[in-house]
Design a protein around this ligand. Structure first.
Ligand code: FEO
Length: 162
């Protein structure tokens, strides 16, 4: 059974994962209308992953006797200046999510909720991968002089994931 404090912090994280899904969807739409099909594909897939993360929180909260709350959605920015700035924003957002997951780990210890502590480890590892993946994209972008090739490469990166 989840404590009220843990239920609240997990519901807050559920909302953050939902917003992650929305912001990547908005970025995907912007990339698509600006002619970057590969980048859009990567972002659409990322948005789907974030929805899966949100659903993992939902299922866990309900399975442990809490009530998962579907949050109101906040409209993410619809325009992004450049691809570089867009991916910098993705990295910044993932760092924010990693910090939030870390807070939950700390809370698990504080509240002696070792079940949630074990469960949340999947997200700790997922954040390592997500940050590394976005850093890798930013490195490729820094080396790339041809956006057509970069866009094609990132499309291939997504298929390797799947
Ligand atoms: Fe679910 Fe990318 O954090």
């Amino acid at each position: 059974m989840l404590s009220e404090k843990m239920e609240k912090i997990l519901n807050e994280q559920l909302a953050k994962e939902g917003y992650s899904s929305d912001i990547y969807l908005a970025m995907a739409s912007w990339a698509e209308v600006n002619g970057f099909a590969g980048i859009a594909k990567w972002l659409y897939a990322q948005s789907e992953e974030e929805r899966v993360h949100m659903l993992k929180f939902l299922a866990y909260i309900n399975d442990r006797g809490g009530h998962a709350i579907v949050p109101a959605s906040e409209q993410p920015p619809k325009n992004y200046e450049t691809i570089q700035k867009l991916f910098e924003k993705v990295l910044e957002h993932e760092k924010y999510i990693s910090a939030a997951i870390n807070e939950i780990v700390g809370k698990c210890i504080e509240l002696k909720d070792y079940t949630t502590h074990t469960w949340i480890q999947w997200f700790v590892n997922e954040q390592i991968e997500e940050e590394a993946q976005v850093k890798n994209i930013l490195d490729k972008l820094a080396l790339s002089h041809d956006m057509y090739i970069f866009d094609r490469d990132i499309m291939g990166m997504r298929s390797e994931d799947e």
